[in-house]
Design a protein around this ligand. Structure first.
Ligand SMILES: Nc1ncnc2c1ncn2[C@@H]1O[C@H](COP(=O)(O)OP(=O)(O)O)[C@@H](O)[C@H]1O
Ligand SMILES: [Mg+2]
Length: 133
């Protein structure tokens, strides 16, 4: 089950989502670099929600067992949806006026990245994981 859900409605929420992701990464002893990568991916996805859907949510889920920790963030909105996911994931593709690096950039920064989208709904799950040796 995902725990507390953070609303995404205004620019300040980018910072809130980013900080929550970083806090969890710190709590589960991810490296400084991983903390920053996760936080940066969260920023981009949160920014897209504000730009393309106006509002949405971000929920976090942590699974920690048998020396393995995984932090999952689920970003959901009820905007127009992403009609061509493959295209949206290409470097430099922007349906708006952005640089088109948000989605592909975020994908490169995390360990897993899954998009589900249809008109009126977009859900993006990202995760980072680590194993204690
Ligand atoms: N949450 C979303 N809802 C609808 N469309 C989206 C969403 N996120 C991304 N997109 C679409 O995917 C394209 C690529 O996103 P991104 O890589 O972040 O580039 P940029 O935001 O710079 O255009 C966007 O231009 C937009 O058309
Ligand atoms: Mg973007």
């Amino acid at each position: 089950m995902f725990d507390e859900t953070i609303p995404i409605k205004a620019t300040k929420d980018i910072v809130i989502v980013r900080q929550k992701g970083r806090e969890l990464a710190i709590l589960y002893s991810f490296s400084k670099a991983e903390q920053t990568r996760f936080a940066t991916a969260l920023s981009e996805l949160t920014r897209n929600v504000l730009t393309y859907a106006e509002s949405g949510t971000c929920s976090f889920l942590v699974k920690s067992a048998n020396r393995k920790s995984i932090i999952i963030a689920r970003i959901v909105d009820h905007g127009p949806g992403i009609s061509d996911i493959k295209l949206a994931l290409q470097d430099g593709y922007s349906g708006g006026s952005g640089l088109g690096l948000g989605l592909p950039g975020a994908k490169r920064l995390v360990h897993s990245f899954d998009i589900e989208s249809s008109p009126g709904y977009t859900q993006i799950d990202i995760s980072i994981s680590r194993t204690i040796r």
